[in-house]
Design a protein. Structure first.
Lengths: 81, 585
């Protein structure tokens, strides 16, 4: 799976929680939670959803590294290799 | 109540607790004695929260002690001594004075946890203006409502939050004269000013004017079942409760490093994230970042936190993560853990013993009470699931309403009723701003009726049962169903809405909306998401529903009022009971 496909899955997951999100306004290095107004509870559910969708195990100890779109895409790309 | 009590042996502790004997402290208690432990303004000029929190430590030779240790999101650490905090808050007080903002006028904040915010709170109090914090995850509607209702003259915020949440509604807020941006070096049109520039131009010398203990100091908004949010007014005298609870409940000692994880946008973040710890001269830790299990545990270890005050949602998220903090991190400095926001389930209290090496002390209070009222104290046996016993100086009771102005006190242990407090403690709210009628309705005779249902056991421990009204408690904060319903009603496809709190393991309750559509609208997944986004844009993540369910119609009384309790009973699969008693037709 390439970066664009992964990004598509991430966006789909985020839209379930924040359907009003406009990804054109979100820079790849911006804090996703802050920019899209996603609280801890919703972010946790989003990551659990990604886990299920991609079959990738995302341990909670890694959550603090997953701040931006770039972080998430790179992290999942590596895990999916 | 089938959990074993957690007994303690304070004689073995390295720090002797401030409250070794609960019953003795209650018997000997006097507010005058508490007042004597505070300094009061020099030359008998009264009592000011900011002086007790900051300046008096400098005046008494403790100015070099670290008052605020700030951790940025990126991991930088910045220390501010009590002298720094005095000078910076003086600058903010002078800034307000130079802008012509005076006594009683309201200064609002909408900000993440940054040092400028703390200096603004204290500077506002020094100038005898009134501080009102807003939570940054509110959307434009709750923000505008509160700014308007609270007569905001000044708003301290960031460029991003201003642009996203306030700018578009500014025209409807003519009283809001100044916007002070924490992250802009240049002024912008419409009195949108650079805070750093203004601070630089302001003096570090400021003499706090005469402060009557009954002068208004803080304004905290809280949600009601119906109507607009209520602005609970607190006065400078509240510092007595902040100090006392810092002493007896949090058990603060001058050498302590204390961490309250609450955001300043809520009352806990002000009373215990700023005022109470500073009145004790401790080092107050502030983390700009939100909850993240590893980061928080690392904070406890690296910052050598002694006393930690957090919330059930965070504790349950830690539990869920499977992390065993004590095995991975050195928590040997940690002496006490406290929790507030909603009742802490007994499993979580006991989890603390295993995972942190310490039981978690739950306590109970509200925006209206200004400070902790009922608590589990360090040296007192914990009964897991109980909120503990009333603070010395506070009388709590279980009551039943007989009429609007009368209650009957329930003397029998184990009987459910409304939790009430005998009125008159220093941090009791003095008004709901511009809403005298709603304020009066909170009292019956000598009692303040809290709106919580509870019971008391034979030994005087109080146990939370539920809310007496429809207010939703989610992630430790209140959401009024009416606010959410009103926002959704503005969508053209929506005919009716009923909003309830659906029990949720981690966050207590989640906001759930039942929506009946207009006859020309069709329920679909697309429409559900559209409504969710619509509500989030207006209300923000802190208030918006997390679940939306379409229904053909909503249960209503004969007068057309939506029966939220019936919706909740259906959601929980409970018997619907005699519906005629749920709400009056």
């Amino acid at each position: 799976m390439d970066a664009a496909a992964i990004r598509g899955i991430i966006e789909k997951g985020l839209l379930q929680i924040a359907p009003e999100a406009e990804f054109d306004d979100l820079q790849p290095t911006e804090n996703i939670r802050e920019e899209l107004d996603i609280d801890s509870f919703d972010f946790l559910n989003f990551l659990i959803g990604l886990n299920e969708e991609l079959g990738v195990d995302i341990p909670e100890s890694d959550y603090e590294k997953l701040i931006t779109m770039n972080d998430l895409t790179a992290y999942l790309e590596e895990k999916l290799q | 109540m089938g959990w074993q009590p957690i007994r303690k042996d304070p004689s073995r502790w390295r720090v002797a607790p401030n409250l070794p004997d609960y019953h003795q402290a209650r018997a000997e208690f006097s507010w005058n004695a508490v007042r004597r432990e505070l300094s009061g303004l020099p030359d008998g000029r009264g009592l000011n929260i900011a002086y007790e929190a900051v300046d008096r430590h400098v005046d008494q030779g403790r100015g070099d002690r670290v008052a605020l240790r700030w951790l940025s999101k990126e991991g930088q650490v910045e220390d501010f001594s009590y002298t720094d905090l005095r000078d910076r808050s003086n600058r903010f007080a002078n800034l307000l004075r130079n802008l012509g903002i005076g006594k009683g006028e309201r200064v609002f904040s909408l900000s993440s946890r940054i040092p400028e915010l703390y200096c603004a709170v204290l500077g506002t109090l020094k100038n005898l203006s009134v501080f009102c914090p807003l939570f940054s995850a509110f959307g434009p509607e709750p923000i505008a409502q509160r700014l308007e209702r609270g007569d905001a003259r000044v708003l301290v915020t960031s460029e991003r939050l201003y642009r996203k949440k306030v700018q578009a509604l500014r025209h409807a807020l003519p009283q809001l004269e100044y916007i002070l941006l924490t992250d802009s070096t240049a002024d912008q049109p419409d009195n949108v000013l650079s805070l750093s520039r203004l601070l630089q131009e302001s003096e570090t010398q400021f003499s706090i004017p005469q402060t009557d203990p009954e002068d208004m100091a803080l304004l905290h908004f809280t949600s009601g079942t119906t109507g607009k949010p209520k602005g609970a007014v607190h006065v400078h005298n509240a510092v007595m409760t902040h100090y006392l609870t810092g002493k007896y409940v949090l058990d603060l000692h001058p050498e302590d490093i204390f961490w309250c994880t609450a955001d300043c946008g809520w009352v806990t973040g002000t009373s215990y994230g700023i005022i109470a710890p500073l009145t004790h001269g401790v080092t107050n830790l502030v983390d700009e970042a939100d909850f993240e299990s590893e980061r928080w545990c690392r904070n406890l270890e690296e910052q050598r936190v002694n006393v930690w005050y957090t919330a059930p949602t965070a504790i349950r998220m830690l539990m869920r993560s499977g992390l065993k903090p004590r095995e991975k991190y050195d928590l040997s400095h940690l002496r006490l853990v406290h929790s507030v926001g909603e009742p802490l389930n007994p499993e979580a209290v006991v989890w603390g013993v295993e995972a942190l090496g310490l039981p978690i002390h739950d306590n109970w209070w509200q925006t209206e009470t200004g400070g902790i009222m009922i608590a589990n104290y360090p040296a007192m046996e914990i009964r897991p699931g109980s909120m503990g016993r009333p603070l010395p100086g506070i009388e709590a009771a279980i009551v039943h309403r007989i009429s609007e102005s009368e209650v009957e006190v329930e003397d029998h242990p184990g009987c459910e009723g409304e939790l009430a407090l005998r009125q008159g403690w220093p941090s009791m709210f003095r008004a709901y701003l511009h809403d005298e009628q709603r304020y009066r309705k909170c009292f019956a005779g000598d009692w303040y009726i809290t709106g919580d249902l509870a019971e008391r056991d034979a030994d005087g421990y109080f146990w939370f049962v539920g809310r007496a009204d429809d207010i939703i408690k989610t992630s430790g904060h209140m959401v009024g169903p009416f606010e959410v319903e009103s926002a959704l009603m503005e969508h053209p496809a929506v005919a009716e809405v009923g909003v309830i709190g659906k029990p949720e393991e981690m966050i207590g309750e989640l906001v759930k909306a039942f929506v009946a559509l207009k006859s020309d609208a069709v329920a679909s997944e697309e429409l559900r998401l559209e409504l969710l986004g619509f509500a989030r844009k207006k209300l923000g993540s802190a208030v918006a529903p997390k679940e939306i369910e379409f229904v053909a119609n909503l249960p209503k009384t004969r007068s057309g009022k939506i029966m939220r309790r019936l919706l909740k009973a259906r959601e929980l699969g409970l018997p619907e009971g005699d519906t005629s008693t749920l709400e009056n037709g």
